[in-house]
Design a protein around this ligand. Structure first.
Ligand code: 6PG
Length: 476
């Protein structure tokens, strides 16, 4: 046995992870169900490091040093279970199975429990950064036991992206913690992309600007507080011209956003945990709405030209307003995502370090952004921070952005330009900072029709009003 770690499943992500491992000096056992992929990998990239190819799973397992570490990089769901079932009889106590796919954390918890019962470690690991990241340094979010991390940590920390000398990999927490954090990462990714898309739409409507002109604005924004991978590639995509038609690329793409499901999982989990991740939810629903072509067509026919003509007087002020509103909304999305991680951590006893999570996301992943440094500082400085919104750096940006945020959302509403994520982020902010919420009325209604009781502002206990009787109050 000569290989330090193995990868089974050599589609593009698996192949690139294996190459990244080899390039970093680790000897890598490689295996794929159909052996051509293994052969191609070794033929094309064999000179990048030490690959130990096998055509059968048994030989593959046999080529690994103990405790064995096997990365499974196949489709989430049934294919992952099938590979794990095949692996189990070939492994020995203390061996480690690593699932680097986008698995649901509940599946990871189930698999971890099943493998633990057999003396094996199961490490659900979030990997972000797409194909390029897998090859050149992804952000890595491993769950699983602390013991398994003793073997995996030095390997993963080396192949992950590095930011200012710090690796974008850390042990996140036990069992499903890594996949949970990756799931929320993707939820934030959805929110971030929706906010960017709304900002683009606002600029386009307000300024009657071309995609290429808007690309320039995003390029400028990327030089400031908004600097991030997604803003950078927005400039690239908006600036791209379709070769076939000579039109802006963004104008020839069908306007129906798809999803593989991690955003949906995030929203489902947040509903279960009672965490209002409204930005992520709006972003997920906005994708669904875009896909309902029939309804859109029907509504378009009946409600054409519902908005007022949009007349922006001062271009620079408007662009700055949209930038500030985008930053404030983005802060809301991250604040909600981190609240969600904290709630998941409490629910499942994961003890996730929020500052550490921000550290992992500073490089390699899709939502990497300059302001993750600030998030890290905020949670490192105050792990029990009630919400990111009130941490000084963020509070300043939000406060400074409020007038712009209100103008942008109000103008968009008047002009009939949909801004579900901008508007709901602003509503979330206003609800959080409100002195009184109309939730009091909801409690009253619940008590009226269902005797569900309410609490009072002036006395402890729960109460019920005899609505059908003399309307006196009794203890509930
Ligand atoms: C990443 C991405 C990646 C995800 C895609 C697709 O972190 O590298 O999140 O894991 O698969 O972004 O997601 P949707 O198809 O759901 O948009």
């Amino acid at each position: 046995a000569t290989a330090q770690i193995g990868v089974t499943g050599l589609a593009v992500m698996g192949r690139n992870l294996a190459r990244n491992l080899a390039r970093n000096g680790f000897s890598v056992a490689v295996h794929n169900r159909s052996p051509e992929r293994t052969r191609t990998l070794v033929a094309e990239h064999g000179d990048e490091g030490t690959f130990v190819p096998s055509e059968s799973l048994a030989d593959f397992v046999g080529s690994l040093e103990r405790p064995r570490a096997v990365i499974v990089m196949v489709k989430a769901g049934a294919p992952t279970d099938a590979v794990i079932d095949e692996l189990i009889p070939l492994l020995e106590e203390g061996d480690i199975v690593v699932d680097c796919g986008n698995a649901h954390f509940a599946d990871t918890r189930r698999r971890e429990e099943a493998l633990r019962a057999q003396g094996l470690h199961f490490v659900g690991t979030g990997v972000s950064g797409g194909e390029e990241g897998a090859l050149r340094g992804p952000s890595i979010m491993p769950g699983g036991s602390a013991e398994s991390y003793q073997k995996l940590g030095p390997i993963f920390e080396k192949i992950a992206a590095q930011v200012e000398g710090e690796s974008c990999c850390r042990h996140v927490g036990p069992d499903g913690a890594g996949h949970f954090v990756k799931m929320v990462h993707n939820g934030i990714e959805y929110a971030d992309m929706q906010l960017i898309a709304e900002a683009y739409d606002l600029l386009r409507a307000g300024l009657s600007a071309s995609p290429a002109e808007i690309a320039e604005i995003f390029r400028e924004w990327n030089g400031g507080e908004l600097e991030s991978f997604l803003i950078e590639i927005t400039a690239e995509v908006l600036g791209h011209t379709d070769a076939a038609t000579g039109r802006a690329f963004v104008d020839v793409v069908l306007d129906q956003a798809e999803q593989k499901g991690t955003g949906r999982w995030t929203v489902q989990s947040a509903l279960d945990l009672g965490i209002p991740i409204t930005g992520i939810a709006e972003a997920t629903f906005a994708r669904s709405l875009s896909g309902h072509a029939d309804q859109r067509e029907a509504a378009r026919r009946v409600f054409a030209d519902a908005g007022e003509k949009w007349q922006v007087d001062d271009r620079d002020t408007f662009v700055e307003d949209v930038r500030r509103a985008l930053l404030a909304s983005k802060i809301v999305a991250y604040a909600q995502g981190f609240d969600h991680i904290r709630a998941g951590s409490r629910e499942y006893d994961w003890n996730i370090d929020l500052g550490g999570t921000a550290t992992i996301w500073r490089g390699g992943c899709i939502i990497r952004a300059r302001f993750l440094d600030r998030i890290k500082e905020a949670y490192d400085g105050e792990p029990d921070l009630s919400t990111l919104l009130v941490a000084p750096w963020f509070a300043e940006r939000v406060s400074a952005g409020v007038p712009a945020w209100r103008r942008v959302v109000a103008d968009a509403a008047r002009a009939g330009v949909p801004t579900p994520a901008f508007a709901s982020s602003l509503a979330y902010f206003d609800a959080l900072r409100a002195e009184r919420l109309p939730a009091a009325l909801i409690q009253g209604l619940r008590d009226n029709f269902g005797a569900h009781t309410y609490h009072r502002v002036d006395r402890d206990g729960s109460f019920h009003t005899l609505w059908a009787g003399d309307r006196s109050e009794v203890e509930g």
